[in-house]
Design a protein around this ligand. Structure first.
Ligand code: SF4
Length: 484
């Protein structure tokens, strides 16, 4: 089995979070920590080992303000090239200008009403160029969205949030307790933001929400996502890729499938977190439990878009999960054959119904089940990736790297060989794999066409098409790859 990941590219990102001030800040910090961890970040107490450094500042008294500034200055002084520094909390909200003036190494300001946007902000910062600075300071409820202090999307990809909050009652999730019920953004505000992002260089917009398919329900317009997607395509004709994340099972309508299949800008990619495959576990999770619905919907999706890349996420070790239920999950994963899968070990969140449930599953059992489902999926992913060999795919360049035997893990290439790291429509930023293109590197944000020449469990290897070689791009022929 080839190694699954190239460590420097896929290593779990880490955050360092320091909280100053009052308990309100502590609560917000806990919320940020939870969101980051849910998104795959790990916490570290050592700033040198973090990718994102966050200081939740306090500006209540002068002494507190000076302590916040001094802390930021200290972290900024020791910042490494790849690290990004975020000033969150009261001082960032009230005296952002002063922070930027006194701590030029700060990369982002995150206001007190915007802490729940830490994940897209961290993602944007990590994908962006060094020196780009962002500020999310407004009041989202007033329709006042974040401002990018220096516009531009160097990675070519940007997130577009269409709603906040969630109406679902999932037993393991605390998001509704602090984000509240679903609040859809007005379509006009979303369309304006999309147009700004595309004007600023975005080739891809990634639609995010807690449940994107519930868009509009709170405004008395359920199932209005298809309409919104179609309107986005009309409003931004220069946009190349529109990607949909976080579809809730049961909310994927025939109209949505029709729009996805018919609008050329909408990618044939769908992320539908299903959380489990056994009806009993799903009932305890307070999630839709009909596997018949899932099979029917996946059939419809694949009939309308035969090249669809389907992603899902699952939780193993939910309280009461028996071996038979877990086996049901494995069978389900085999039956559906997802292209991409994220698997989390259940973690009991305070203030959620699942926190108190009896029959909590032992950590070692969770660990063992996690490995079993990942191993099953690895074979499926590899097989589905192998089916891509020979296809021509459009890719969006994320960045570049240099081959170093140890760093590149599963690939053996001559040391020092440059590699372009890109994504095809099958890969969402941050969560999915890459298309690796050996040869001279291409700039981030550029689109290119590649012919897929190799497959790993999570990544593909491609060669630039001959047309690309004659368009002035400095390309060297692909070198031989050895899978180990
Ligand atoms: S749908 Fe997602 S955000 Fe909403 S309660 Fe369930 S897990 Fe939480």
């Amino acid at each position: 089995m080839p190694k699954s990941k190239h460590q420097p590219i896929h290593r779990q990102p880490a955050y360092y979070l320091l909280t100053l001030g009052c308990p309100k800040n502590l609560v917000d910090s806990e919320g940020m920590a939870m969101l980051l961890q849910r998104d795959g970040y790990r916490a570290t107490a050592d700033p040198d080992r973090a990718d994102v450094l966050i200081v939740n500042t306090c500006g209540f008294l002068d002494a507190a303000k000076e302590e916040s500034i001094a802390t930021l200055q200290e972290l900024a002084a020791g910042k490494q090239r790849h690290q990004r520094l975020v000033a969150a909390g009261c001082l960032a909200q009230r005296n952002g200008d002063e922070i930027v003036r006194r701590v030029p190494g700060v990369d982002a300001l995150l206001g007190t009403r915007r802490w729940m946007e830490i994940v897209p902000l961290a993602t944007q910062l990590r994908a962006g160029r060094r020196g780009e600075r962002y500020a999310l300071l407004g009041d989202p409820e007033a329709g006042d969205d974040g401002v990018v202090l220096r516009p531009g999307t160097p990675s070519g990809s940007a997130y577009l949030k269409i709603s906040d909050g969630c109406n679902a009652p999932c037993a393991f999730c605390s998001i509704p307790t602090f984000k509240g019920k679903l609040r859809s953004r007005p379509a006009a505000a979303i369309l304006d933001e999309a147009a700004r992002l595309v004007q600023g260089g975005a080739r891809e917009l990634v639609i995010v929400a807690q449940d994107s398919t519930d868009y509009g329900r709170d405004r008395g317009e359920p199932d209005s996502l298809p309409q919104l997607l179609a309107a986005l395509c009309r409003r931004t004709p220069d946009l190349r890729w529109l990607r949909l994340m976080y579809a809730y099972p049961g909310h994927v309508s025939d109209r949505l499938i029709e729009v996805m299949a018919s609008e050329p800008q909408i990618l044939h990619y769908l992320d539908m977190p299903l959380q489990h495959g056994h009806p009993d576990t799903l009932r305890r999770m307070r999630r839709p439990s009909s596997s018949a619905w899932v099979y029917r919907t996946v059939d419809k999706l694949r009939a309308a878009m035969p090249d669809l890349a389907l992603r899902s996420t699952f939780i193993v070790g939910f309280p009461g999960e028996t071996e038979a239920e877990f086996q049901g999950l494995l069978d389900f994963v085999q039956a559906v054959q997802f292209d991409k899968l994220g698997v989390f070990k259940f973690s009991a969140e305070p203030d959620t119904p699942a926190f108190e449930l009896p029959d909590q599953v032992a950590e070692e059992v969770k660990e063992e089940r996690w490995h079993r489902v990942m191993a099953a999926q690895q074979s499926i992913s590899l097989e589905r990736n192998q089916a891509q060999v020979g296809r021509r795919l459009e890719v969006l360049v994320e960045g570049s790297g240099q081959v170093d035997g140890q760093e590149m893990g599963g690939l053996t290439l001559p040391s020092g060989q440059p590699v372009t790291l890109a994504r095809s429509y099958r890969d969402a930023p941050e969560v999915d794999g890459l298309v690796l293109v050996p040869g001279r590197t291409l700039p981030a944000g550029q689109m290119a066409t590649v012919t897929i020449s190799g497959a790993l469990a999570y990544d593909l290897v491609g060669e630039l098409t001959p047309e690309m070689q004659t368009t002035g791009l400095d390309f060297q022929p692909a070198v031989e790859l050895t899978l180990i």
